[in-house]
Design a protein around this ligand. Structure first.
Ligand SMILES: Cc1cc2nc3c(=O)[nH]c(=O)nc-3n(C[C@H](O)[C@H](O)[C@H](O)COP(=O)(O)OP(=O)(O)OC[C@H]3O[C@@H](n4cnc5c(N)ncnc54)[C@H](O)[C@@H]3O)c2cc1C
Length: 364
């Protein structure tokens, strides 16, 4: 194992494993996600896992250990495991703290992230300053949770000041949902149209013009979470397929075949490499070093590896693995989205090259 965990982290990992067992029981006797949500949340609170994401003292490595352990048991994706995520609002000052941050933390308000825009837009979402207000026009095409969101935190080009993350309440005049849709992982999204939407100047979070860099810090945290989920899922898949290949059958278990062993061994090697990459990146974050490029590498390696692992696992198991409800079918749909969400793979590759050539950043 490339983990070298401290005794505290080993005990946290064991706690997460115990929680995962409880969550699997909840999942098996719940009719729907909305049915399981309060029970998942209560079980996570009882296990002391729920609050981890909202404590600034939680290390990147601790979050990796917990997320990976939950995903390795097939429950990492369940809604309600972690406290509501303040995202870009963390550290917000008054009046935004009272109007948006606190209601998010206590579960009264929900929000979505608006970065992606439709292909071919001639002008990105932008705002002009009018007295103490911003007047916003534009579109955001892929806001997860947007259909229920009380507000969107959107990347907006503020005239004369540059990109900023701006809070846009969804009940304001000029805000409309132009499309409601869901993706193969079952998550729901909305596309938004903003037409002369007026928000107070203080809805622009952080310093104007620093929207992209604050987005980068936040996106790095989310990318590490995605990478943790991906490597945990690899372990889950290897367990599922390993158990299938070991099953006794007439003529001997499939795992006796050298051809099968070669393919299974390859998946283990890929998983080992991806885990080592993700663990190294989390340790870099915890040592206080700039790890933006390393997290990019970890996210793209972990999600691409997970894609290959689940695809080959399905091939090894055969058609049964594609029957709706099979653990590999469900995992494949979820993992497929991770190669696009939070940074699409080719874009990340180009970003890594830019880090090296233009910014002299990024370790090997
Ligand atoms: C499940 C899911 C949830 C999502 N949630 C959100 C959300 O909450 N908020 C949000 O803002 N977005 C969200 N997205 C959108 C996601 O971030 C985008 O799909 C992703 O960034 C790719 O952008 P795009 O779809 O516009 O494709 P494009 O950017 O057009 O990319 C399509 C292809 O073009 C090529 N390409 C494009 N740009 C480059 C480049 N710079 N370098 C190299 N190749 C390039 C690549 O081959 C790429 O695969 C979500 C997506 C999914 C699948």
């Amino acid at each position: 194992m490339p983990d070298f965990l401290s005794p505290d982290l080993v005990s946290l990992r064991d706690k997460a494993a115990k929680l995962a067992d409880d969550l699997r029981k909840i999942l098996s006797d719940s009719a729907s996600d909305s049915d399981s949500f309060p029970r998942v949340r209560d079980a996570s609170k009882a296990a002391g896992v729920y609050e981890l994401t909202s404590k600034s003292s939680t290390s990147a490595l601790a979050m990796l250990v917990v997320r990976e352990t939950l995903a390795s048991r097939g429950v990492g994706h369940l809604a309600g495991i972690f406290a509501p995520d303040p995202g870009f609002l963390s550290g917000a000052q008054e009046p935004v703290r009272a109007s948006h941050l606190v209601p998010v933390l206590d579960g009264r308000k929900r929000w979505g992230l608006g970065i992606t825009e439709p292909a071919g837009v001639t002008r990105p979402t932008s705002a002009r300053v009018d007295g103490q207000q911003l007047v916003i026009n534009g579109t955001k095409s892929y806001v997860t949770g947007g259909q229920q969101a009380d507000f969107v935190v959107a990347l907006v080009e503020v005239e004369g000041k540059g990109p900023s993350m701006v809070i846009i309440d969804t009940n304001l005049p000029g805000v409309s949902i132009s499309r409601r849709f869901s993706s193969i992982d079952g998550s729901a999204h909305a596309a938004f149209l903003f037409q002369d939407v007026r928000v107070p100047l203080h809805n622009a979070l952080g310093k104007p013009g620093q929207g992209r860099s604050s987005a980068l810090v936040r996106i790095s945290q989310v990318r590490l979470a995605v990478a943790s989920e991906a490597v945990g899922s690899c372990i889950y898949i290897l367990d599922v397929v390993g158990e299938f290949l070991s099953r006794a059958r007439k003529g001997g278990a499939r795992a006796q075949s050298e051809r099968i062993r070669m393919r299974y061994g390859h998946l283990r090697a890929l998983t080992y490499a991806a885990r080592a990459t993700v663990y190294r990146s989390a340790r870099l974050v915890d040592s206080g070093q700039d790890a933006v490029n390393e997290i990019i590498a970890a996210k793209l390696v972990a999600t691409e590896v997970a894609g290959e692992v689940v695809d080959t696992a399905i091939q090894l198991v055969g058609g049964e693995a594609l029957v709706v409800g099979h653990p590999l079918e469900e995992t494949m749909r979820r993992l497929r989205t991770l190669r696009l969400a939070e940074g699409e793979t080719d874009t990340l590759r180009v970003n890594l090259a830019r880090g090296h050539f233009d910014l002299k950043k990024g370790r090997l």
